[in-house]
Design a protein around this ligand. Sequence first.
Ligand code: MG
Length: 159
Amino acid sequence: MRVGIGHDTHRLEPGRPLILGGIRVEHPRGLAGHSDADVVLHALTDALLGAAGLGDIGDLFPDTDPNYLNADSRIFLRAALEQLHKAGWTVNNIDVIIFAQEPKLGPLKAGIRASLAVLLGLPLDCVNVKAKTGERVGHIGRAEAIACQVVVLIDQSRE
Ligand code: MG
């Protein structure tokens, strides 16, 4: 078994869609980035790659590559999963913390959790999503950015 950790931060800006964990969220501002800036999927992808010793999301999908301009981040996650599966790893469980002052994440957590479970092909109880505000301090607390941390456990079971 191996563990991996992922972290990401993206700025909130007007005129961008807000996508969290593969879910489109209605909000006046969205996350800025080269791709769709789904901070949750970026942190998750990095956690998976890290657990398997496969580098990071920037190695696989450079943000200077025009192919990934406004790209759906589910592409990154699926590619990382494929690499893990090829190397004989399966995902055991993930634990996710999303840091956002805005929007209120409480009502969104269940939908994000369900989306991540589908993307990973895991039962719901293997996917946990927690939400934190920034307590109105720092870049999270001033609602300038959203961040995400993910821990994963992967398993190389001989089947
Ligand atoms: Mg990112």
